[in-house]
Design a protein around this ligand. Structure first.
Ligand code: TXA
Ligand code: MG
Length: 321
């Protein structure tokens, strides 16, 4: 049976205080939240997601002073990013403070923190004396949820409550930035904050991504974000010519294909806008993960702004499993 869903912030707070798991909305994707200071709750969270224990969690709170209190001394450069982009779709890797346990960092020397840009969630976080650990609310390895219905469909029976404030506005997970020993800013995951915007504040980012090589950010594993059907990335018309039409679904940026039923097509953005495409990407992958569809034919979007994170997710979805 699926957990109840609603807009009751007080109820969500009480359940989290009691060590329960609650799905929370954020502007990026829905998170599966637990008290970051409660080892049993964190244990249940890893269990519910079937998440490998080596993959650390992002902590969420409502204001800068609390992030500062829960972290050690910040690399120069981190302050400017926080000042510019928090609240927002940016996660910073910071030296951990003494209260942060190995359970949430998976033994890493740094802890990931973010202040989400969503009023009801900020209200929830404000009421809590602890940060919330919240990975995306999907089973490990599957597409992230951008609505309460997505959460309920897969993890509904593992949660106490789903705080539902509608579809996620950004639709891609946060961009993750850390700093190297030399002080250089490093991008661990492209996400809902455009790389160009980050670089305008902190200068060029060293790219840390690479097919599964990064122990520092295991979410970068190449097969992450994969739905059930095989995702074929490339020229849609060309793939279409080579495959049985009744077995394909289409995830196109802005083109409709007259020979394929509308129920098996998902337009990311009819007007060709990257923000809209980002917002609709994960819902599209989920929609096309339907019986009868063996192949999802997808195409890359322009490689700029949020397009870079969209293409990153599409490539991971298409990676061999
Ligand atoms: O937008 C988001 O970031 C969403 C919402 C709910 O806030 N959360 C999210 O969490 O995407 P998750 O667990 O699905 O992805 C977190 C990523 C993983 O790739 C993890 O390896 C990386 O962050 N990460 C977390 N803590 C880290 C740390 N201490 N050092 C390096 N990477 C870390
Ligand atoms: Mg995730």
């Amino acid at each position: 049976m699926s957990a109840p869903a609603g807009r009751d912030i007080a109820r969500a707070a009480a359940l989290l205080e009691a060590g329960e798991l609650v799905a929370i909305p954020t502007e990026t994707v829905y998170g599966l939240a637990a008290n970051a200071f409660d080892p049993q709750a964190i244990e249940r969270l890893y269990e519910a997601k079937r998440r490998p224990r080596f993959n650390p969690l992002i902590l969420h709170t409502d204001r800068l002073e609390r992030v500062e209190a829960w972290t050690g001394s910040w690399p120069s450069g981190a302050k400017a990013l926080a000042a510019h982009f928090w609240p927002g779709p940016l996660t910073l890797l910071l030296p951990r403070g003494p209260e942060i346990s190995d359970l949430v960092t998976a033994g890493q020397p740094r802890v990931a923190f973010r202040i989400p840009d969503m009023a009801p969630t900020q209200e929830l976080l404000r009421r809590l004396p602890f940060p919330l650990a919240a990975p995306s609310a999907n089973p490990s390895g599957y597409v992230s949820p951008t609505s309460a219905a997505h959460v309920a469909a897969q993890l509904g029976d593992q949660l106490a409550y789903i705080l539902d404030f509608g579809p996620a506005r950004v639709g891609l997970e946060s961009s993750i930035v850390g700093f190297g020993a030399d002080g250089q800013p490093e991008l661990y995951r492209p996400g809902g904050l455009a790389i160009e915007a980050i670089e305008a504040v902190c200068g060029p980012l060293r790219r840390m991504q690479g097919a599964g090589e990064s122990v520092a950010a295991p979410g970068m594993l190449s097969s992450h974000y994969a739905p059930g059907p095989r995702v074929l990335l490339g020229n849609i018309a060309q793939h279409l010519a080579e495959l049985p039409a009744e077995q394909v679904g289409i995830l196109s940026f802005s083109t409709t294909y007259p020979d394929i039923p509308p129920s098996r097509q998902w337009l990311l953005s009819p007007s060709g806008e990257l923000a809209e495409a980002a917002q609709r990407l994960f819902a599209g992958l989920r929609h096309l993960d339907q019986p009868g569809i063996a192949y999802i034919l997808a195409e890359e979007v322009p490689e700029r702004g949020l397009g870079r994170a969209i293409n990153d997710r599409l490539r991971r979805a298409a990676a061999e499993r």
